[in-house]
Design a protein around this ligand. Structure first.
Ligand code: TMP
Length: 259
């Protein structure tokens, strides 16, 4: 098959032109970055796992009526998605104090929050994704009042659903980041969930041991990144019990054969 036209390359994914207008192919890389790409590395097999985990989560979210860009998974590293106009805001939802919240306010990591916090960050690598308020978002026109309302509403629904999903497999959903996009229908647009939901953009702690099962293993040089991501996939029922490496082995095999 002829190589598709590349539309965009981000830190962890590449977007290619899709087979039909209004679609794109989202390719999951093994590349990992942290601290606004000051730290760079690769987590071998991460892309395969994130593609599968994100497919699963987006499909479940669609099942409860959350609109998403996901159409279908195409292969080990690629999924077909709807083309959206990305809203330049990262929406972070927090249930437990960790990461930047802990640092900024000097509150111990692991402190449960009495109510869920939603934060907004302006997507701008050169500025280091600064935190902004709804006032800034409206003032600078990054999203309308209605869009902001829809995003916050969806973020809370996603949090409620995912907190339950992960609790059911012994994982505490500490915090996570969402991105949204606009789709246009003539002059009307609406907001749908975009990007990915995977251990790259979530903090997932084992409920019993407290072990980190997410990208903090990479950010904090803890090691065992791929094993942690595999553990999440395994508990979600995406890897057969006792055959944890099947998916990755399969891909290595395909690569060797050049297929
Ligand atoms: P933070 O504590 O560093 O602000 O991160 C909060 C959550 O958002 C955490 O689950 C990781 C995720 N996140 C991203 O996915 N991308 C980012 O660029 C940042 C800063 C955080």
């Amino acid at each position: 098959m002829a190589r598709r036209r590349q539309i965009y390359e981000g830190k962890a994914k590449i977007l290619y032109e899709g087979p039909e207008p209004g679609t794109l192919i989202q390719y999951f890389k093994d590349d990992a970055t942290a601290f606004n790409a000051q730290k760079k590395g690769t987590i071998s097999g991460k892309g395969v796992l994130n593609n599968r985990i994100s497919e699963h989560v987006f499909t479940l979210l669609q099942g409860i009526g959350v609109p998403t860009h996901f159409i279908r998974r195409l292969n080990m590293r690629e999924q077909l998605i709807r083309q959206v106009e990305i809203v330049p805001i990262e929406v972070v939802v927090r249930n437990v104090v960790a990461g930047s919240l802990s640092k900024r306010l000097g509150i111990e990591e692991g402190t449960p929050l009495p109510r869920t916090i939603v934060e907004y960050y302006f997507k701008d690598d050169a500025l280091g994704d600064p935190m902004v308020t709804d006032e800034h978002i409206l003032c600078f026109g990054w999203a309308s009042q209605e869009e902001l309302h829809d995003m916050a509403d969806m973020a809370i629904r996603v949090n409620d659903f995912l907190s339950g999903l992960f609790a059911g497999i012994g994982i505490r959903l500490v915090d996570f980041k969402l991105e949204f996009g606009r789709i246009w229908d003539n002059e009307y647009s609406r907001i749908i969930l975009a990007d990915e939901i995977s251990p790259d953009g979530c903090r997932l702690w084992d409920m019993v041991s407290g072990e980190k099962l997410d990208k903090d293993r990479f950010r904090r040089d803890l090691g065992g990144e791929v094993e942690a991501y595999q553990e999440v996939a395994r508990r979600l029922g995406l890897l057969p019990e006792g055959a944890d490496s099947t998916v990755l082995d399969l891909e290595k095999h395909r690569q060797r054969k050049g297929s």
